[in-house]
Design a binder for this molecule. Structure first.
Ligand code: 5RP
Length: 236
């Protein structure tokens, strides 16, 4: 089946298939969002159907919840689960300390809540997302619609004193309208080029009124599973 896939999808599939091995009977598992996480959900669905794997999944978006149900995974909410054994999710960038940028798919808020409520966070990815310094991928920031322009100005002012190599802030669009998250919020994408101090950036952004959450995942990820298009997988 994998020979029909593009090289990128073969890499994503390889990492997802390896990460699915972290899931054992009886576990409560956070299910990420995005194209790599979708491979994971399909792999886990196969294991439920073919191997009788029994676990409960907490999806991080309506998209993932729909797919999980379609492939036969028992879906519960985070509050029903209380705490999770493991969360497996994709990322847009990861650095040598396993810090991440997430939110390219707009699900960063639920993703961060779910990952933080887990004993272990496993990131599934391909080599192209490895960076020395985070920031080449625009940093997503979820903001409430009320006063969004003021929040954008506050973010721009805060960026003025930060160690970054770009400062453009754009509103993420979905066609002609602002993109709307599962929580009814919008996303501002921060084009920073290079984030000199990611921890300080994450704290600074979350202190601004109107900001709900930012896409920097600092000290949350435990393992990165890097899939390659030839099927090889490395763990960091
Ligand atoms: C969604 C995310 C995704 O995990 C991230 O964008 C990676 O997506 P993909 O696996 O499609 O490359 O953070 O909010």
């Amino acid at each position: 089946m994998t020979s029909e896939l593009s090289p990128v999808d073969r890499a994503k599939f390889a990492s997802a298939a390896r990460a699915a091995e972290f899931v054992e009977d009886g576990m409560r598992v956070g299910l990420g969002t995005g194209s790599t996480a979708a491979w994971l959900v399909r792999c886990l669905g196969d294991k439920v159907r073919d191997n009788g794997l029994k676990f409960r999944g907490v999806p991080t978006s309506t998209r993932t919840a729909k797919l999980a149900r379609e492939v036969g995974i028992e879906v519960i909410t985070l509050d029903e689960a209380g705490w999770l054994d493991v969360t497996i999710d994709g990322a847009d960038e990861f650095d040598g300390d396993l810090n991440l940028i997430k939110g390219g798919g707009g699900a960063l808020l639920q993703e961060k809540i779910v990952a933080t409520a887990s004993d272990k966070m496993v990131v599934i990815t391909d080599p192209a997302k490895s960076v020395e310094t985070l920031g080449k991928f625009p940093l997503p920031v979820e903001v409430i619609p009320f006063g969004m322009r003021t929040t954008k100005t506050l973010i721009e002012e805060a960026l003025g004193s930060m160690d970054v190599s770009g400062r453009d802030v754009t509103l993420r669009m979905d066609g002609d309208a602002p993109f709307v998250t599962d929580e009814g919020n919008h996303i501002l994408d921060l084009h920073l080029g290079r984030i000199g101090n990611a921890r300080q950036m994450a704290l600074t952004l979350n202190q601004l009124p109107g900001v709900v959450e930012n896409g920097l995942f600092i000290d949350i990820c435990d393992v990165v599973v890097i899939g390659h298009s030839d099927g090889q997988v490395e763990l960091r």
